[in-house]
Design a protein around this ligand. Structure first.
Ligand SMILES: Cc1cc2nc3c(=O)[nH]c(=O)nc-3n(C[C@H](O)[C@H](O)[C@H](O)COP(=O)(O)O)c2cc1C
Length: 158
């Protein structure tokens, strides 16, 4: 018997992660984004990363439409941004400082790091789609990361 959904959430919550906002863009240039922690490095040659996006997310169709996305790794000063981008729909970029990157997807100001990608491959992942992105540009800043553990936001004390 497969594990029950809430129990799966509870157990997976024991894996401490960083927090990202993954951004993309529609054909008409409207920015989209969602908070995500299903993110991992995959390959160095070629440089690939993986994200998992809920097929029911409002931003979902625009990953396939634009074939570009950017992973913005949040700093511990961006918890409110994480909360904002975790609410589905609406204009989440209202009042948010960002610029369009070289790939056309938004880069959030104040992020700890960002990785600009073009879509490399997409795989079915149950109620999510696994998107592999080929990393074209990336940058970091000297800030502390925002962490997520057992359903709550944390930061590194040391
Ligand atoms: C800490 C955290 C991590 C999340 N990770 C993911 C994720 O990896 N993939 C995903 O599809 N949704 C994830 N979500 C949920 C989305 O942020 C949420 O469903 C959002 O409302 C989707 O936005 P949209 O419908 O406007 O696209 C996460 C939420 C939080 C708070």
């Amino acid at each position: 018997m497969p594990i029950e959904r809430n129990e799966l959430r509870r157990v997976m919550g024991h894996f401490a992660t960083g927090v990202t906002v993954i951004t993309t863009v529609s054909k008409s240039g409207t920015p989209y984004g969602l908070t995500a922690n299903a993110f991992t490095s995959v390959s160095l040659e070629p440089p690939l990363l993986l994200i998992a996006v809920d097929k029911k997310a409002e931003s979902y169709p625009f990953f396939n439409e634009s074939k570009v996305f950017t992973v913005n790794i949040l700093s511990d000063e961006q918890e409110s941004l994480s909360r904002k981008f975790a609410v589905s729909g609406g204009d989440k970029f209202q009042g948010v400082a960002y610029r369009m990157g070289a790939n056309g997807a938004p880069i959030l100001e104040g992020a700890l790091a960002y990785l600009e990608c073009k879509l490399f491959a997409a795989y079915d992942g149950g109620d999510h789609t696994l998107f592999l992105g080929e990393i074209e540009q990336a940058e970091t800043r000297e800030l502390k990361p925002l962490l997520f553990y057992r359903g709550g936001y944390r930061s590194i004390s040391g």
